[in-house]
Design a protein around this ligand. Sequence first.
Ligand SMILES: [Zn+2]
Ligand SMILES: [Zn+2]
Length: 139
Amino acid sequence: MSNNDTLKDAGLKVTHPRSEILDILQANPEMHLSADEIHNKLVDNKQSIGLATVYRVLTQLEIAGLIQKNQFSDNQSSYEIKKQHHDHLICTKCGKIIEFMNDDLEKLQEKISDKYQFRLDSHVMTLFGVCKNGSCQNE
Ligand SMILES: [Zn+2]
Ligand SMILES: [Zn+2]
Protein backbone atom coordinates (compact mmCIF):
# COMPACT_ATOMS: atom_id res chain seq x y z
CA MET A 1 0.00 0.00 0.00
CA SER A 2 1.37 3.42 -0.90
CA ASN A 3 1.69 5.90 1.93
CA ASN A 4 -0.88 8.11 0.18
CA ASP A 5 -3.41 5.28 0.56
CA THR A 6 -2.31 4.86 4.17
CA LEU A 7 -3.04 8.55 4.79
CA LYS A 8 -6.44 8.33 3.10
CA ASP A 9 -7.38 5.18 5.00
CA ALA A 10 -6.54 7.00 8.24
CA GLY A 11 -8.87 9.83 7.22
CA LEU A 12 -6.12 12.33 6.48
CA LYS A 13 -5.93 14.42 3.37
CA VAL A 14 -2.78 13.69 1.37
CA THR A 15 -0.39 16.62 1.63
CA HIS A 16 3.23 16.80 0.58
CA PRO A 17 4.62 17.14 4.16
CA ARG A 18 2.47 14.29 5.49
CA SER A 19 3.49 12.03 2.64
CA GLU A 20 7.21 12.85 2.95
CA ILE A 21 7.34 12.43 6.73
CA LEU A 22 5.40 9.16 6.68
CA ASP A 23 7.76 7.99 3.96
CA ILE A 24 10.82 8.59 6.14
CA LEU A 25 9.39 6.67 9.09
CA GLN A 26 8.16 3.83 6.85
CA ALA A 27 11.56 3.58 5.20
CA ASN A 28 13.23 3.25 8.62
CA PRO A 29 10.87 0.99 10.60
CA GLU A 30 13.54 0.06 13.13
CA MET A 31 14.48 3.67 13.88
CA HIS A 32 13.22 6.01 16.58
CA LEU A 33 13.71 9.49 15.21
CA SER A 34 13.33 12.89 16.85
CA ALA A 35 11.57 15.73 15.03
CA ASP A 36 15.02 17.28 14.41
CA GLU A 37 16.36 14.08 12.89
CA ILE A 38 13.30 13.78 10.66
CA HIS A 39 13.75 17.39 9.65
CA ASN A 40 17.42 16.74 8.79
CA LYS A 41 16.44 13.82 6.58
CA LEU A 42 13.94 16.06 4.78
CA VAL A 43 16.69 18.61 4.22
CA ASP A 44 18.97 15.82 2.90
CA ASN A 45 16.16 14.88 0.49
CA LYS A 46 15.97 18.51 -0.65
CA GLN A 47 12.52 18.96 0.86
CA SER A 48 11.80 22.46 2.13
CA ILE A 49 9.52 21.59 5.01
CA GLY A 50 10.02 23.67 8.16
CA LEU A 51 10.57 22.23 11.61
CA ALA A 52 7.27 23.68 12.88
CA THR A 53 5.46 21.81 10.10
CA VAL A 54 7.32 18.62 11.02
CA TYR A 55 6.06 18.91 14.60
CA ARG A 56 2.52 19.64 13.45
CA VAL A 57 2.44 16.73 11.00
CA LEU A 58 3.93 14.33 13.56
CA THR A 59 1.10 15.18 15.95
CA GLN A 60 -1.46 14.61 13.18
CA LEU A 61 0.08 11.26 12.21
CA GLU A 62 0.20 10.20 15.85
CA ILE A 63 -3.46 11.08 16.46
CA ALA A 64 -4.39 9.17 13.29
CA GLY A 65 -2.64 6.11 14.74
CA LEU A 66 -0.04 5.84 11.98
CA ILE A 67 3.01 6.53 14.12
CA GLN A 68 3.99 6.09 17.75
CA LYS A 69 5.47 8.83 19.91
CA ASN A 70 7.95 7.75 22.57
CA GLN A 71 9.24 9.83 25.46
CA PHE A 72 12.64 8.32 26.20
CA SER A 73 14.05 11.49 27.77
CA ASP A 74 12.63 14.59 29.39
CA ASN A 75 13.63 16.96 26.64
CA GLN A 76 12.98 14.97 23.47
CA SER A 77 10.31 12.76 21.93
CA SER A 78 11.09 10.19 19.30
CA TYR A 79 8.81 8.78 16.66
CA GLU A 80 8.54 5.42 14.95
CA ILE A 81 6.15 3.91 12.47
CA LYS A 82 3.29 2.13 14.25
CA LYS A 83 3.91 -1.60 14.43
CA GLN A 84 3.12 -4.43 16.79
CA HIS A 85 3.30 -3.61 20.48
CA HIS A 86 6.82 -3.72 21.87
CA ASP A 87 8.89 -2.29 24.68
CA HIS A 88 12.37 -0.77 24.63
CA LEU A 89 15.86 -1.13 26.09
CA ILE A 90 17.89 2.05 25.84
CA CYS A 91 21.67 2.38 26.09
CA THR A 92 22.45 5.52 28.05
CA LYS A 93 26.00 5.59 26.59
CA CYS A 94 25.47 5.37 22.84
CA GLY A 95 21.72 5.87 22.59
CA LYS A 96 21.09 2.50 20.93
CA ILE A 97 17.46 1.41 21.21
CA ILE A 98 16.58 -2.28 21.29
CA GLU A 99 12.96 -3.37 20.82
CA PHE A 100 11.61 -6.38 22.68
CA MET A 101 8.35 -8.12 23.38
CA ASN A 102 7.92 -10.55 26.25
CA ASP A 103 4.66 -12.44 26.74
CA ASP A 104 5.35 -13.20 30.41
CA LEU A 105 5.87 -9.52 31.11
CA GLU A 106 2.68 -8.59 29.25
CA LYS A 107 0.65 -11.18 31.20
CA LEU A 108 2.18 -10.12 34.50
CA GLN A 109 0.99 -6.58 33.95
CA GLU A 110 -2.55 -7.83 33.40
CA LYS A 111 -2.32 -9.89 36.57
CA ILE A 112 -1.21 -6.86 38.55
CA SER A 113 -4.02 -4.77 37.08
CA ASP A 114 -6.57 -7.51 37.88
CA LYS A 115 -5.37 -7.60 41.45
CA TYR A 116 -6.26 -3.91 41.82
CA GLN A 117 -9.42 -4.26 39.70
CA PHE A 118 -7.77 -1.83 37.36
CA ARG A 119 -8.73 -1.75 33.70
CA LEU A 120 -5.42 -1.72 31.88
CA ASP A 121 -5.44 0.32 28.66
CA SER A 122 -1.76 0.61 27.86
CA HIS A 123 1.69 0.63 29.36
CA VAL A 124 5.12 2.05 28.70
CA MET A 125 8.10 -0.12 29.58
CA THR A 126 11.50 1.39 28.96
CA LEU A 127 14.63 -0.15 30.46
CA PHE A 128 17.70 2.07 30.73
CA GLY A 129 21.23 0.69 30.91
CA VAL A 130 24.32 -0.05 28.88
CA CYS A 131 24.33 -2.11 25.68
CA LYS A 132 26.65 -5.07 24.93
CA ASN A 133 28.89 -2.91 22.79
CA GLY A 134 32.39 -3.09 24.32
CA SER A 135 33.03 0.62 24.19
CA CYS A 136 29.77 1.21 26.10
CA GLN A 137 30.37 -1.41 28.81
CA ASN A 138 34.09 -0.78 29.35
CA GLU A 139 33.77 2.81 30.42
ZN1 LIG B 1 25.69 1.44 23.83
ZN1 LIG C 1 10.12 0.97 19.08
